[in-house]
Design a protein around this ligand. Sequence first.
Ligand SMILES: C[C@@H](O)[C@H](N)C(=O)O
Ligand SMILES: C[C@@H](O)[C@H](N)C(=O)O
Lengths: 159, 159
Amino acid sequence: EDIVISGVAFRRSEAKITIRNVNDEPGVAAKLFTALAKKHIQVDMIIQNETLNQRNDIGFTVSGADSAKALEVCEALKAELGGSEVVCDRNVAKVSAVGVGMQTHVDVAATMFRALSEAGVNILSITTSEIKITVLIAEEQVDRAVQTIHDAFELSKTA
Amino acid sequence: EDIVISGVAFRRSEAKITIRNVNDEPGVAAKLFTALAKKHIQVDMIIQNETLNQRNDIGFTVSGADSAKALEVCEALKAELGGSEVVCDRNVAKVSAVGVGMQTHVDVAATMFRALSEAGVNILSITTSEIKITVLIAEEQVDRAVQTIHDAFELSKTA
Ligand SMILES: C[C@@H](O)[C@H](N)C(=O)O
Ligand SMILES: C[C@@H](O)[C@H](N)C(=O)O
């Protein structure tokens, strides 16, 4: 199945917030997102990876404008969720390679990650969907990242 | 914007593989996915969350059939990537709430996570896209999870 990358999307100035080492048991994620929803905090990405000793980190991104409110919610809930600390990176950008036929992610991922590496861009977080591979990177590297991914997939220069 | 959940999608028998504590520097993700691509291992989800002391965990899912080959690649690369261990959970299932208007994820997330919690389903991993919220859970809980999410979003019973 040919991979057709149709474009590179990005969003500047997001904030990534992570509560580290929450209890890995039913109800923890529900409590956190119910509290964020009550405060009408618009969450963009939600990321949870791998458990260790029945604990896990839950991360999410919000607009820069919502980051202070979201941090308050997390700090207030930290103890109840068993979390050890709340970390916030206010200067992240989201960059995605978008295409059809992504079922064969692995080639697209390898190409995209190699392009970022050659441009000296460190990948902070990764998520995927059927049509996208999305990375979080430092905001100041977003122009370089978009350009290098464009080049790697030989996308035309038209905006 | 009204949230319209149009359905619940799932995929049984995936395997989740994670390399823990790899060096958090450009090139690491590129090396891993280039090696997986060379062996034609079809990767589904890719998840990386939050760095700690310049190290990070990279996780991904493959079909049950590809898990042994993928594990070999990871074990062979572990030292070069600075990883401390490779973990594999062979009995995971992927469950997604799919809908439009997901820009307001937080309400959908809260509803979905509450439903899973009430059904006693532990969330192993989480990723999102503009139209989906996806969780990994233990394979034996997939029927219960799909049913409880259906009910929570009042989706009709038609299959
Ligand atoms: C960590 C958190 O996701 C937990 N496993 C839950 O189900 O809520
Ligand atoms: C951990 C890994 O993603 C690393 N940050 C990289 O850019 O490759």
